[in-house]
Design a protein. Structure first.
Ligand SMILES: NCc1[nH]cc(CCC(=O)O)c1CC(=O)O
Length: 324
């Protein structure tokens, strides 16, 4: 893998003296910020690494489906303002929540090693989706998860589920749902792995682009940050998520359509599985790709080929026109 990916200038900059991480205040976001804080502290023992906690619009609007309130950007905007104002140097996000096209002036500077990227089945009374009786209520706000569930289990009732992880678990435990589907990564990070009754296989439960990975966003103009963060980049993860994000970007990158893209390594070959579907699961375009990937360009070319395959199958007809 290319060395040039690891350093923007090739020269070693002075070590940082102080770094501020902007983070949402949910328990998962704080775990992620503390994880990054520990990594930076280990890398730069003389550096004072602080966390600036913030509440975002996405955390405040909890009564509507995510796809209806303006999408993923809602979780990152306030953090970007903190970077612009110089109150923070970096923002850590679940990569899944980072828009496919970065706003002008901001870069996705670093992608850290990926956690388990699978979706997980969580229930107090049932061991698997297959065990759920007719009419059972399954909570998820992801259109991607909803489309697969509707296609495979038309007898289940899929209902929206918003809020942070603890809120969602609380709703399950109060009996509002018989089961809920969540990203395994978040549950594991918060020590809730024991609540997982079943891990859903990538086929057909293909994760969202970037699921399970952490992305670090910085100002493009920050003088040293790319070099400082370079050691935290995980190349296998960076290449995999770059292919996934390319598929998503080509298809409009919104969360208003069920869209899945997930890449895994088989030796030096990256294999990617992706679908675009209707929310009722009745229409689906599926595409797979596999190839030797040794650079960002290779990864993006693989993602592009998969996106073109989906579009050739008529995926565009499943994507609502973006109203902004
Ligand atoms: N859309 C919200 C979101 N963003 C990241 C995660 C989980 C952690 C991850 O995928 O990195 C979740 C919760 C979920 O999908 O259950």
């Amino acid at each position: 893998m290319s060395q040039s990916l690891n350093s923007s200038s090739g020269t070693t900059p002075v070590a940082p003296k102080r770094l501020v991480i902007a983070s949402r205040e949910s328990r998962l976001a704080m775990w992620q910020a503390q994880h990054l804080q520990a990594c930076l502290q280990k890398l730069y023992p003389g550096c004072d690494v602080q966390i600036l906690g913030m509440t975002t619009r996405g955390d405040q609007i909890l009564d509507k489906a995510l796809s209806k309130v303006g999408g993923k950007g809602l979780f990152v905007k306030e953090l970007e303002t903190a970077l612009e104002d110089g109150r923070a140097d970096l923002a850590v996000h679940s990569l899944k929540d980072v828009p496919m096209v970065m706003p002008d002036g901001f870069d996705l500077t670093c992608v850290m090693a990926r956690e388990d990227a699978r979706d997980a089945f969580v229930s107090n009374d049932y061991a698997s989706l297959e065990d759920l009786p007719k009419g059972a209520i399954v909570g998820t706000s992801s259109l991607r998860r909803e489309s697969v569930l509707r296609a495979r289990f038309p007898h289940l009732v899929i209902e929206p589920l918003r809020g942070n992880l603890d809120t969602r678990m609380g709703k399950l435990d109060r009996g509002e749902y018989q089961a809920i589907i969540l990203a395994a990564a978040g549950l594991k990070r918060l020590g809730l792995e024991s609540r997982i009754r079943a891990f859903l296989p990538y086929d057909p439960y293909t994760p969202a682009a970037g699921q399970g990975a952490l992305g670090i966003e910085t100002l493009s103009a920050h003088p040293h940050i790319k070099d400082w963060l370079a050691p935290l980049n995980d190349m296998p993860t960076l290449l995999a998520v770059s292919a996934e994000r390319m598929v998503s970007r080509q298809l409009g990158g919104s969360c208003e359509v069920p869209l899945a893209a997930h890449a895994t390594w088989d030796q030096n070959q990256l294999q990617i599985r992706s679908f675009v579907a209707s929310t009722d699961g009745k229409a689906i375009c599926l595409a797979n790709g596999k190839g030797v990937v040794q650079s960002l360009a290779d990864a993006e070319a693989l993602g592009l080929a998969v996106a073109q395959d989906l579009l050739a199958q008529g995926a565009a007809d499943l994507i609502p026109k973006i109203t902004k």
